[in-house]
Design a protein around this ligand. Structure first.
Ligand code: GDP
Ligand code: IMO
Ligand code: MG
Length: 424
């Protein structure tokens, strides 16, 4: 067992980037196993902020290999931009950034299809990041997709044109949207040259060999478990398996290689885009969480919807992921509240339950709140549990009781060093 997993237990943006960056020092390889540039993972290192979309968050640690796995979908234009930005930092990374031959490519027309599909849905729209994620995974499962390995084959241009033309025909089924295909296509092909400079690997052989050699591997999830294509709040989800099972298919490893599953939750809850969110707040507290937590999307800049932490939702995602360690992030955001709440149960048609119903969109779910005294003290940046205000410690232990599991890490600020590691 050599593979640990870090993933989000809510609707994304739990602070995965920060935690992967912190823990990466204990590993030789960090891999992304699903999602694509819909992800925005923020790292803050010595005052500098970096946002990664496709590149794994272990890239700032010297000597660590970072792999974009086969389960990821890659937009050459976004990846090229990300690489250029990273080059400006002066770190050496190109030789440490590897990409699976089997990762699928996002074409410009995938993005147009995403936009056209969303526009046609009106009020029912998913709130997609419009990065072309859904249409690219549709082509993958529909067996029409283009993969990184195809770039090196002589038939690539013909395959590209055939898929693009299919997309253009599909686009005619939708109300028209504006795009500049010629310009974007040219850029896309130029950016493919950057991908060609990366080491393209058979990820499954590479990782299994690394496991044999005793290397330690960290798999970095994107999005959150409630956005999982099978177990999330369908249809308001993304198009990949964001949960632990996605690691096996997204990297080519067997389940028995997975050791720890490190699940991240904020000390409250956010969601960006459409779809149900039982503990969402529409009052001053919600606005305050958004403001103090600086809850704006790292990819799209959209304001995130905010609410209290949701225990039935978390129990569900602890279960489907087989979480062995919990990370609680953004506890400092709750520093100045008179009262702090946790949605402990759901009341549905007058019946209390801690199980998620089949469809959260059509049920009237009333959260039943547990209410705690706020600590009203600044503790941002603390890395010592003993130095937390007593009421903050009490909140953490109440959450542990509700979840039935200890909380191993507590994050108290965006900086790499603002993390409490507990002996639990
Ligand atoms: P990810 O997608 O899960 O990697 O999370 P994002 O980067 O999209 O969003 C998390 C945001 O919270 C980023 O702006 C982080 O810098 C910030 N952040 C992470 N951990 C903490 C924390 O403990 N406290 C505070 N205040 N901010 C944090
Ligand atoms: P990270 O990795 C938060 C949401 C979108 C939308 C839905 C589908 O930074 O946590 P998509 O573009 O995948 O078709 O959008 O999923 N979404 C995210 N929300 N964090 C993310 O990634 C997200 N990636 C997608 O807002 O509701
Ligand atoms: Mg994010």
């Amino acid at each position: 067992m050599a593979v640990d997993v870090i993933l989000g237990l809510q609707w994304g943006d739990e602070g995965k980037g920060k935690i992967v960056d912190y823990l990466a020092k204990n590993y030789q390889i960090v891999c992304r196993f699903q999602g694509g540039p819909n992800a925005g993972h923020t790292l803050k290192i010595e005052g500098n902020k970096y946002v990664l979309h496709t590149i794994p968050s272990g890239i700032f640690r010297d000597g660590i290999e970072n792999i974009i796995g086969n389960g990821v979908v890659i937009d050459p234009i976004t990846l090229n931009k990300e690489i250029d930005k990273l080059k400006e930092t002066g770190i050496e990374f190109m030789s440490r950034l590897l990409v699976s031959n089997k990762a699928h490519l996002i074409l410009p027309t995938h993005r147009y299809l995403d936009a056209a599909s969303e526009a046609s849905k009106g009020k029912q729209k998913i709130g997609s990041t419009l990065k072309g994620i859904g249409p690219t995974y549709m082509d993958k499962t529909g067996r029409n997709g283009l993969r990184v390995g195809d770039i090196f084959q002589s038939s690539f241009n013909a395959k590209y044109k055939s898929l693009r033309d299919k997309h253009l025909a599909l686009l005619r089924q939708y109300p028209p949207i504006e795009f500049d295909l010629e310009g974007e296509e040219e850029k896309w092909f130029t950016c493919l040259e950057t991908i060609k400079q990366l080491k393209a690997i058979d990820c499954e052989y590479h990782i299994n060999q690394a496991i044999k050699e005793g290397k330690q591997i960290l798999a970095e999830g994107a999005q959150g478990s409630m956005l999982d294509i099978d177990f999330g709040t369908y249809p308001y989800v993304t198009s990949s398996n964001t949960i632990t099972s996605g690691v096996c298919s997204g990297l080519g490893i067997a389940p028995q290689q997975i050791r720890d599953v490190i699940g991240i939750t904020k000390a409250y809850c956010t969601r960006v885009g459409g779809g149900p969110f039982p503990t969402e707040l529409f009052d001053e507290d919600g606005a305050k969480l958004g403001e103090i937590g600086m809850e704006f999307g790292a990819t799209t800049g959209r304001p995130r919807r905010c609410g209290w932490i949701d225990i039935p939702q978390l129990k569900y995602t602890l279960m489907i992921n087989g979480v062995t360690q919990i990370v609680l992030t953004k506890l400092d955001v709750l520093d100045h509240f008179e009262e702090v709440k946790a949605g402990c149960k759901y009341s549905i048609n007058g019946n209390e339950t801690d199980q998620l119903p089949y469809d959260l969109t059509t049920q009237e779910i009333e959260p039943v709140y547990c209410v705690y005294d706020g600590w009203n003290k600044d503790m941002a940046g603390t890395d010592d549990f003993d130095k937390l205000p007593q009421l903050a410690k009490d909140y953490v232990s109440e959450l542990e009781k509700l979840l039935g599991m200890s909380i191993k890490y507590v994050s108290t600020g965006p900086e790499r060093k603002s993390l409490i590691v507990r002996e639990v």
